[in-house]
Design a binder for this molecule. Structure first.
Ligand SMILES: [Cu+2]
Length: 155
């Protein structure tokens, strides 16, 4: 029969306690990471379509379809307009297939899934009004996936 001495018990229990502590701490952290702000500066509904982004502003009941021109790397028709430094909430969904809404420079990426609304909040960079941040679909969604782009424009 194997005898476990006091030292072995001690180091086993210390490790178990450490791991339990790390697990509890990171669970709370991950949970809070997804928490939405109580009063975001604005709400924007983001809808992914083959192959363009639609931005809706519930506060003034308007929607804009963005059209991207690859030749000039510009977009017209609409944008994700946001105030510098503000915290905004985006409600992201897909109209046809799965897309993914990504603003690489800001570290925002959230899937746009038909039949599902993904809620996400982030802080807009505190940069000069007029600054533009590329938005790119990052879930392969068909023929023109590569040019499924738009811009976040600071107002
Ligand atoms: Cu897409």
């Amino acid at each position: 029969m194997v005898r476990i001495n006091k030292l072995e018990w001690a180091w086993t229990l210390i490790i178990v306690a450490l791991l339990a502590g790390v697990a509890a701490y990171s669970t709370v952290l991950l949970y809070n990471e997804d928490a939405l702000p109580a009063h975001p500066a604005e709400y924007v509904d983001v809808i992914g379509h083959q192959w363009y982004w639609e931005f809706c502003y519930p506060a003034n009941h308007t929607c804009y379809n963005t059209s991207y021109d690859a030749a000039t790397n510009t977009a017209s028709g609409g944008a994700l307009w946001a105030a510098p430094g503000s915290t905004i909430q985006i409600n992201v969904t897909g109209a046809d297939v799965i897309h993914s809404f990504n603003i690489p420079a800001v570290g925002v990426r959230i899937d746009a899934i038909p039949g599902r609304m993904n809620l996400f909040a982030f802080q807009v960079p505190n940069a000069a009004p007029g600054s533009q941040y590329l938005i790119q679909c990052t879930e392969f969604c068909g023929e023109f996936h590569g040019t499924m782009r738009a811009f976040m424009v600071l107002t």
